[in-house]
Design a protein around this ligand. Sequence first.
Ligand SMILES: Nc1ncnc2c1ncn2[C@@H]1O[C@H](COP(=O)(O)OP(=O)(O)O)[C@@H](O)[C@H]1O
Ligand SMILES: [Mg+2]
Length: 327
Amino acid sequence: MNYAERPVGDDLHARIVTLRDALQKGLIGCEHLVERLLIGLLTGGHLLIEGAPGLAKTRAVKRLSAGLDASFARIQCTPDLMPADLTGTTVWRPDQGQFEFLQGPLFHSLVLVDEINRAPPKVQSALLEAMAESQVTAGNATYRLPDPFMVVATQNPIEHEGTFPLPEAQLDRFLLHVVVGLPDEAAERQILDLVEREMVEEVAAMPARLSVEEIQRARRAVANVHLAPAVKDYIVRLIVATRSPEKVPDIRRSIEHSVSPRGTLALAAAAKARAYLHGRDHVLPEDVADLAEDALAHRLILTWRAAADGQTARDLIPPLLERVPPV
Ligand SMILES: Nc1ncnc2c1ncn2[C@@H]1O[C@H](COP(=O)(O)OP(=O)(O)O)[C@@H](O)[C@H]1O
Ligand SMILES: [Mg+2]
């Protein structure tokens, strides 16, 4: 690779780093979430963010949209939502003597789908289909969604009546599943100070918006980040370990369905984006290990027995990383 093609150290990389720092400035703690949002943006992947209400999920996505020169929509899910409320409707235009398709809120570059588990299954599958295919079908016609197109869906972990869990088999449409936790005491205090200051003055303004062309160029730079054969092998060994009982018998025993090649590709793509954000032109095993939980846990389906014992798929990843060394 000649120096001119190196993905780091150029103006574009500086713009991405500026965007990340600006996002971070208005979000106390949340480094993990900020990095994941940018990884989604840089790979063209969709994110599922899980966390209790009031943890700055909406704020984070709104800030991201403020940093992008791309259209933004927010969809608040409710049990009475219909697929056409997302995708759009075909209406009859008597004056023109023809049908016209009115685009729904999915036709935006950044779409925040709040509380996705309150939407009924038909809406969820319309959304997941649009995410997988970047298109919407209405009647006999197919409409392309914009490029870039990124969905950030939020989910409340507190189980309550009137919610519809996302079908496990469709969860792997999400590149990453990010869990946000409660802030610690110091962060809680900083949030209070920040929001108080925001009432009177503009704090942590977003920098000049990243254009669609810049997003696409950054995506190409990320795709060009070098993934060495040894790191590829590491990714594959991690994935295969979730499938083969002889490698990690105790972990494998808890797994009903293991990770598909889509998970392999997701982990590799996300690791490249993380390397780029950290200013490297090559992926390190630490990129892979850091992303393993968010890229893989939602693609693992536990056995009934493991779930009944209170295990979660996320619990399996740290021991998996321990058992499958990078080299
Ligand atoms: N880590 C944080 N940094 C800055 N503000 C925060 C943070 N956590 C919560 N807040 C504030 O708390 C409120 C709730 O945030 P919001 O984004 O609406 O939460 P969510 O979408 O997760 O329910 C907002 O006023 C937000 O500014
Ligand atoms: Mg919210």
